[in-house]
Design a protein around this ligand. Structure first.
Ligand code: ZN
Length: 169
């Protein structure tokens, strides 16, 4: 039976989980299951799963040497697992990188739009100031023209006669 020292209950559970759920055994052993590879004797199947030794090294448990915890060099199961983990980590890192790039792009776009809006507002304000200046200039010109016209009118009044003007005191 499965009591080979130093295997533990955890090892047994890991084996059962892998052999049972990973293979869809829980579904395949149901009474009304009609698909391929039905399991009619779940206990017998479980025993097989429990006792199955993938590696030719008897002290290898899923790619780890039980006593030392080192990776088994014979079956490479650990290596395959590590490669899968590495590939997953790489994929996640790439996904994160893409996400960060998308975020940076969105921020840059937002900043550019903001700058564009501010530039447009500054342009509008400058145009409004220029228009107000022009209006003020025109108003001043009109006032000065009116004042000059008044001065011209005043100058048009005939001067007093020279005799009066030059009369000795
Ligand atoms: Zn092995």
């Amino acid at each position: 039976m499965f009591t080979t020292h130093p295997r533990t209950v955890e090892h047994a559970v890991a084996r059962l989980n892998r052999g049972w759920y990973a293979a869809g055994t829980d579904i395949r052993s149901m009474k009304d299951y009609n698909g391929p590879d039905p399991i009619r004797r779940p206990v017998g199947y479980l025993t097989t799963v429990l006792l199955a030794q993938d590696c030719i090294r008897p002290d290898c448990e899923r790619g780890s040497i039980l006593a030392s915890g080192e990776d088994c060099t014979l079956c490479g199961a650990r290596g395959a697992e590590a490669a899968a983990e590495k590939a997953k980590a790489q994929w996640e890192a790439e996904a994160e990188e893409k996400r960060a790039a998308r975020q940076a792009e969105a921020l840059a776009k937002e900043a550019a739009e903001q700058a564009e809006r501010e530039a447009a507002a500054a342009e509008r304000a400058a145009a409004e100031r220029a228009a107000a200046d022009a209006e003020e200039t025109a108003r001043l010109r009109a006032r000065m023209a009116a004042e000059f016209a008044a001065l011209d009118e005043a100058a048009a009044i005939p001067a007093p006669t020279p005799s009066e003007d030059t009369a000795p005191g």
